[in-house]
Unconditional design. Sequence first.
Length: 144
Amino acid sequence: MDIREVTKDDQQSWADLWKHYLEFYETACPADVYQTTWARIMDPDEPMYAVMAFDTGRAVGLVNFLYHKSFWEVEDRVYLNDLYVDPFCRGAGIGGELIKSVENHAKEHNAALVYWLTDTDNKQAQILYDKVATRTPFIKYRMP
């Protein structure tokens, strides 16, 4: 298993995995969002990153994350935005390794913490998350 930050050559594999992630949550993004997000990931001045897992050269997992400021700490926080593992590869530890890659990136950049959200129905993912992080009692609200 090879887990590494994406390079410009990974654009199509990244887009394919992100599309599957969005489909899992029964949503989609227009092409300009894919293009803009990829450009931000590739821009060294943007605090947005993507790491992918490869099994014998085939992309099988993805994690997208970003850094942001907080009122609660001096250091940046890391928001793990998207985590996806090919359904045929789940249970092999890839998700945990992708989360670990974000944790390591955060430590290297002196971030205060890493956090993420998940759907209350995503029980399979919560089994992993409960092993690697602390569940919080917060409920998400949003406004368009």
